[in-house]
Design a protein around this ligand. Structure first.
Ligand code: HT7
Ligand code: ZN
Length: 889
């Protein structure tokens, strides 16, 4: 397969000003007529040269019916057609009309890219390169055109016909057919094109924009689901208002549609005015969705809406720039979260932190240290779909946060304003974003620019020294970025170090930073140091006693920090007093990490849990702090995070060490945990509420239950089963079930059977049922997971099903990593089977093997063997090939 390189970018040879698409949707086949107005990109041409050839992207399942240039049909000798391209060589000079007619079979399109059918309805997914599955086209984001779409279909089967923009015309046709004509006034790249046709029910709200325009907000779902869309609608209204208030960004059309579909490769898609969502990110009711589902819906609805400006109005020049829209939009959806929890206390009480912001620092570290490591702006790819990664999204968002930290809220806003002023309606690069931020603020951000081109997570090493005689405190900072595939040497990057210094009573000291000329700058009690060399020292004056430093507050840069000589006492002090909630939590995690790694090293199954961990957890549980923070603070670091620190690690052994510690904690903290369970049940007379306080209560109660369940006592197991049966909301029901699934004994089977019976007609809820069983660490669970693949509830052509079952299984430290290799063999078979259906899904599954170098030699050999078998498989997709072959390198 061919690699594409960022360095090879060249502007398109033609621009397209208008696109008219005509879809005749049928059960047998769909006819697509595309009429394009093209003009050669004169900037690219030598004077007097003949028009360049036009190479249009296509796909092998797109059948070419006819091509007309300026009204004249071409004979087959006048163009070249391959599986992936249609090339026209002799074109008229200047502008011309091109008509291409194709025939496609959406009902057979199991890739779910281009036009396909989901639950009997037609829908599209064009990002990144799916549009070529509809018609031959310049399928690249820097070709922006104005689109009109005419859709024709059988009226009884497809009463709803939706396209981008505004509805211009609709009417009945002969033979029970009807049509709709949509016009999108904004130029857009083809990846934002969308079409939906089907039987759908709709709920509507009106949003009045800041300039007084009324916008109709409509959510379309399958019949029967209309009662589950209110939360998504509320979230949309909230996001629209937030973008106006925070960035002055108003919605630009009179209609905003969201359609929920069951078969979708990712979470959602920001098509202009016609967002298409995976139904699990739209539908919510207390009985079927957990608190986490509610918070994800809020986050993704916001994310897709925010793309209207960061992605749609200003888009990417090429796919290497993906983080331009994704990193920025993730940053924007995270700011919403932070805004709503701007005060310290609100931060503590906000349970959503648990799900996203708190652990954001951990999510991309593994990818950034593995064989698939790439800069947030990659240099090459085989399949772009493989680069919708944690690095591009999450690390990319952290890089956007660097601007915000350095420039402050107002400086960041100035940069955003200039970015839109300069680039609205254009396809641009990450360099353009950086230039707008720098120019708007009159600062040099060159060293920040290096974050875009260097892979792997920088290490930040800080040493401290206190001079009592001069009352000065000195921080010496060093940085280095480890090598990554294809990149050995790295340059220092700009690291904003947000910090505070804690005095003996735990309060923040005033920060007086000494400049090179001896001048002192007052930084308040939380300051930001600009660190951009390989090594630099920062000195603070007027420090009466040696402080405890709180460094990298709020995770101010995506780096791995070590603080020389940091003691457990200092960490405990920070945990007790730090005014920065992130660092308070991080101090606890550092302590827990140390203890767990020591225990693992000794593989010490006997003896008591480390006293410090017990007393620390007791203090947290008894402290007068908010429950959501307690729930988080008593959660141990994840197995994956710990494995990153254990070369040649044994995942099942680590799991057992971790569980041992949980059990010791539960043994010693039983009274506290039982009291928390008792005190935090939802009041019986109160309906489910998705509020910070209610979620926090459920979080600490269910965390306590999970810890208690590790005791495996009959009395506790019976209590869990009772709670499972009595639960009135999905959060509590699934919390009890997930404890029971980890236990041996009849209660596990009773609960699983009852859950299945209750929800057998609720595919979204059954995803949880599949996922819990697949992820279970019950010994020998590989056999059960194999039977689930054959279960009537499991549908291998549906991505959500595969993600719950196969990706869920890949997360089980015990069974995926079973010592006999049965888990690896099962996953290897599954990857090949799924690859025959859906390449994107299979590529995500094969990533489970990417971390193979982290484990002991036996496991390494077995995982490697699976990767080799997969790479050698005839007919393997490019998607899977790219991940598997890079993992082997
Ligand atoms: N921008 C969207 C990306 C997306 C996607 C990419 C590849 C294949 C399928 C896909 N579906 C959606 C989603 C987002 O980040 O907003
Ligand atoms: Zn996005």
């Amino acid at each position: 397969p061919q690699q594409k390189f960022r360095k090879d970018y060249a502007p398109p040879p033609y621009t397209i000003s208008t696109v008219h698409l005509d879809f005749i949707l049928g059960e047998e086949s769909t006819k697509v007529t595309s009429r394009l107005h093209l003009l050669p990109n004169y900037g690219q041409l030598q004077e007097g040269s003949s028009p360049p050839p036009l190479q249009l992207d296509g796909r092998k399942d797109v059948k070419l019916v006819s091509v007309r240039v300026a009204g004249t049909e071409l004979s087959t000798g006048q163009y070249t057609l391959t599986e992936k391209q249609l090339t026209l060589n002799h074109l008229p000079p200047g502008e011309f009309e091109l008509e291409v007619v194709t025939e496609i079979r959406p009902q057979d399109n199991s890739l779910l890219e281009g036009l396909y059918k989901s639950s009997g309805n037609f829908c599209t997914q064009c990002e990144a390169e799916g549009f070529r599955g509809i018609t031959f086209f310049l399928d690249r984001p820097d070709v922006m055109a104005k689109y009109t779409t005419r859709i024709e279909a059988d009226e009884a089967n497809y009463p709803v016909l939706l396209g981008n923009g505004n509805l211009k015309e609709a009417g009945k046709l002969e033979g029970g057919r009807h049509y709709a004509l949509w016009e999108d006034p904004f130029p857009k790249p083809c990846y934002l094109f969308a079409l939906v046709a089907g039987k759908l029910s709709m709920k509507e709200r009106t949003f009045v924009t800041c300039s007084g325009r009324r916008v109709a907000l409509r959510i379309f779902v399958q019949e029967g689901n209309l009662g589950r869309v209110d939360h998504a609608l509320d979230s949309l209204v909230k996001s629209m208002k937030w973008d106006e208030d925070t960035f002055g960004l108003e919605y630009d059309l009179d209609l905003f549609n969201i359609v929920a579909v069951d078969d979708f490769n990712m979470g959602a898609m920001e098509n202009k005015s016609l967002n298409i969502f995976n139904s699990r990110l739209v539908l919510a009711s207390p009985e079927t969705a957990t608190d986490l589902d509610y918070s994800r819906i809020e986050g993704v609805v916001g994310h897709e809406y925010f793309h209207n400006w960061t992605g749609n109005r200003v888009t990417c020049r090429d796919w290497f720039q993906l983080t331009l829209k994704e990193g920025l939009t993730v940053f924007r959806d995270q700011v919403v979260l932070f805004q709503f929890c701007s005060s310290f206390f609100f931060k503590m009480v906000n349970p959503l932190m648990n799900a996203s912001a708190w652990d954001r620092c951990l999510r991309f570290f593994t990818e950034d240290a593995g064989p698939m490591a790439h800069p947030i702006r990659p240099e090459s790819y085989i399949k772009m779909d493989n680069f919708y990664t944690l690095t591009v999204y999450e690390k990319g968002a952290e890089v956007v946060r660097l601007y915000d930290t350095l420039l402050g809220k107002e400086g960041f806003r100035k940069g955003m304003d200039l970015y839109f002023q300069r680039h609205d309606g254009h396809a641009v690069t990450c360099d353009d974003f950086l230039a707008a931020m720098a120019d708007a603020n009159g600062v040099n951000l060159d060293t920040l620019g290096r974050w875009y081109s260097q892979a792997s997570t920088p290490n930040l090493h800080v040493s401290t020294s206190y001079d009592a005689a001069t009352k000065t405190y000195r921080l010496t900072c060093k940085q280095n970025t480890p090598p990554s595939p294809g990149q050995d040497a790295k340059l220092p990057v700009l690291i904003p170090i947000k910090l505070g210094l804690l005095g003996p009573d735990g309060s923040d000291l005033p920060l007086r930073l000494c400049g090179p000329d001896g001048a002192v700058t007052e930084l308040g009690t939380t300051g930001v140091l600009r660190f951009e060399e390989a090594e630099a020292a920062f000195t603070f004056a007027g420090v009466d006693v040696e402080p405890v430093p709180s460094l990298l507050r709020g995770f101010s840069a995506p780096v791995k920090m070590t603080v020389e000589g940091q003691t457990d006492e200092q960490l405990l002090f920070l945990l007790a007093h730090d005014s920065d909630p992130f660092n308070r939590w991080e101090a606890g995690q550092r302590l827990a990490r140390k203890l767990l790694l020591n225990l693992y090293a000794a593989a010490a199954a006997g003896g008591g849990a480390h006293n410090t961990l017990v007393s620390l957890s007791r203090e947290i549980l008894n402290d007068n702090i908010y429950h959501s923070f307690k729930a988080m603070a008593v959660s141990l670091p994840t197995g994956n995070e710990l494995l990153d620190c254990i070369p040649g690690g044994d995942p099942p052994l680590l799991h057992h060490v971790r569980m041992y510690v949980v059990k010791q904690l539960a043994l010693q903290l039983r009274p506290e945990l039982e009291a928390l369970v008792k005190a935090n049940d939802d009041p019986a007379d109160q309906p489910y509420q998705f509020t910070a306080a209610a979620c926090a209560r459920r979080a600490i109660k269910n965390r306590s239950l999970a810890m208690l369940s590790s005791l495996e006592e009959p009395e506790i197991t019976a209590m869990l089963l009772n709670r499972f049966k009595a639960a009135t909301n999905m959060t509590d029901e699934i919390a009890a079930l997930s404890c029971l699934v980890e236990l041996a004994g009849p209660e596990r089977d009773i609960a699983l059977a009852a859950f299945y019976d209750k929800f057998r007609n609720e595919p979204l809820v059954l995803l949880k049922w599949l996922g819990l069983q697949a992820t279970s660490n019950a010994p020998g669970n590989v056999g059960l997971v194999k039977t689930l693949v054959e279960h009537p509830a499991f549908n291998i052509t549906n991505p959500n099903n595969c993600y719950s079952l196969f990706l869920g299984f890949g997360r089980s430290p015990v069974n995926f990593h079973a010592a006999d290799g049965s888990g690896y063999a099962f996953m290897g078979d599954a990857v090949l089977r799924v690859d025959g259906i859906n390449h994107q899904v299979a590529a995500r599954m094969v990533s489970a093997f990417s971390t193979w170098r982290q484990y002991d030699t036996e496991r390494q050999a077995m995982m490697r063997a699976q990767l080799e078998r997969i790479v050698a498989h005839p007919g393997l997709s490019e998607n899977v090939f790219e991940i598997a072959s890079k993992s082997l390198k």
